[in-house]
Design a protein around this ligand. Sequence first.
Ligand code: C5P
Ligand code: C5P
Ligand code: ZN
Length: 486
Amino acid sequence: MSEKLSRLYEQCKKVSEKILEACEKDLFFRIISHLDADGIAAASITSSFLLKRKARFHLRIVQQLREENLREIKDSKDSVFIFTDLGSGQIGIIEKNLPPDSVIIIDHHPPEKETTIIQANPHLAGIDGATEISGSGVAYLIAKSIDESNMKYAPLAVVGALGDRQDKGEQHRLFGVNTEIVKDGINQGVLEETTGVRLFGRETRPIAMALEYTTDPFIPGLSGNHGACLKFLTEKVKIPLKDNGNWRTISDLTQEEKTKLVSELIQYMLGPAEMTPEEAQSIVGVIYILPKEEKQTPLRDAREYSALLNACGRMRKPGLGVAICLGDRSKALEEVESITSDYREKLAGYMGWLTKPGNVIQEEHLQYFHGGNLIDDRIIGTIASIAISSGIIPQDKPVFAFAESSDGMVKVSARATDYQVQQGIDLGSALRAAVKELSPEGTAGGHNIAAGAHIAAGTETKLLQLLNKIIEKQLSGKNGPNKGKH
Ligand code: C5P
Ligand code: C5P
Ligand code: ZN
């Protein structure tokens, strides 16, 4: 085992000892987690091992950790506060509001500052939390160190990592510490890894729908357009879409049919859709399967599972996502199906808005769009991710997306590409620095490649000016005369 990994295991062991000690004392746990797929998976893994220990706990899922969340709970006596998939970036407000020795942080965001609070965080072990392990991955390592039987939760950590887009290895494979988790899952017989067509809903959707629903990669002209997908499949690919009157899924296709589908898709992506060869190739890649889940349910394909959790969080039903992770099926699955479809409709509408001319504005070192009150502030981050990763907006500059928040503030979501990060861009530190200069009421944080903030309405232009300068500096620091000096 590498030295870094053993340092991370050491942290996890300390956290698990603290949790077990609190269980012994029958303390009450308050778990606070992030609302995306990774946060829901992390909270579920943590809840599962607490349930097994018959510990008493309460779970709260939030879009971001704010001081008011902490004020609400600060008077809960005899409590242990566990933050999952958030917390490291908000150490200041946690220390201000809660007794540090009753706090545990299980996170993968860059820590805001040094603290005496007990934390399991890959960054503290020299491991990159943006790409090598997710929040649910860290929660999984803790669960495993408490009891090896918790290795059955490995698939949830894979679902979380995929939700955070950590599948950046060759052919969209997870890498780093995530590889260890995948191995555990495979050894336990709860996970399989294969290579195939990365269309959404491989096991569950009629082929035209799988194509229509695919947004990673986003295929201009096909993604979100059912009619165009049907036409493409019948006129170009020419494979039967039905068998005995039933719609066929991708997993029903013969090898020959799959090959034909992939080759026509790649031709289309390189041709009329004007995508790059890498983007076109990305239609084939590594697929993670949960073999214990029923066939033809959205829980068999880990990417679809993660999209489903994400939809629950963003459509204000995070509890439903947790229920599914904890094993609730039948009714919960039916409900989630309708939520996922409402979510997709919303996404398609927003993408339509985004592609209208004039909505994305170019500055020297960044680009931005303002969704005002048209785009839900819980979904603005997803739109920014799809926009930049698909290339429907230029990929040469990071994107900053704004949306009005229900509390009168403005939500900011920032996304970069891997290449920009290699060039020196770090959106988490850029936003933190800009917001600090902008106003005391703002909050900001996140990874180099994906970050976010909450700012006072009306300060967007000023923020963009500050960011433009900071990003210029970040780029020159990496490539210019100061190279290697920081
Ligand atoms: O808070 P957390 O770390 O879980 O969230 C990371 C966010 O960043 C996710 O919403 C994920 O989709 C996004 N992300 C991204 N592109 C990357 C890495 C992460 O959009 N390359
Ligand atoms: O909300 P969004 O998906 O844009 O967030 C991107 C990343 O930035 C996530 O990892 C999120 O946890 C982080 N973030 C943060 N502080 C904020 C807003 C977002 O650390 N105020
Ligand atoms: Zn995360």
